[in-house]
Ligand binder design. Structure first.
Ligand code: FES
Length: 157
């Protein structure tokens, strides 16, 4: 599991960032970016502090976080499995690959396994269409996949 980053020290850093941005118009985006760098994600506790100090309603903050895919509410797993759902990969059976991963690890797209090991994501075209269907595990790329390749790939991690 990712280390607990909700420490007093990190909240202090967050305060400083809010302080130095709060008089700026559009402070929310830079504050969220920095907060995610500090905490690795933007859980409720962090949203609350930002909401109070910038006087922005929680609902608005939550809306922004869930709208932009660069923000995440939960810590990511040690390994992020990205399955490309671009056209070429989709046509060549990416959905089957996703379904098999879901079955093997027992998680849904956009979630992290309870042991904190894997996060499953659907991605856009990663520019490796010639290898479709493609999946990535952190920096590693696997292509021309069939469903049966999935258990072997997962076992490597
Ligand atoms: S569509 Fe998957 S890599 Fe391009």
């Amino acid at each position: 599991m990712a280390k607990n980053l909700l420490t007093e020290e990190n909240f202090k850093k967050l305060d400083e960032i809010i302080e130095s941005n709060k008089d700026m118009k559009g402070a929310l985006m830079p504050v969220l970016h920095e907060a995610q760098k500090i905490f690795g994600c933007l859980p409720l506790e962090v949203q609350k502090v930002i909401s109070n100090k910038l006087s922005i309603p929680m609902a608005e903050i939550y809306g922004v976080i869930t709208f932009y895919s660069q923000f995440t509410l939960e810590p990511k797993g040690e390994y992020t499995i990205g399955v490309c759902l671009g056209t070429a990969c989709y046509v060549k059976g990416a959905q089957k690959i996703i379904d098999r991963i879901k079955k093997e690890i027992g998680i849904d797209v956009g979630t992290t396994s309870s042991d904190g090991k894997f996060t499953l994501e659907a991605t856009r075209c990663i520019g490796a269409c010639g290898l479709a269907p493609v999946l990535t595990v952190n920096e590693d790329v696997y292509g021309r996949l069939v469903e049966e390749d999935v258990p072997g790939i997962i076992a490597k991690y």
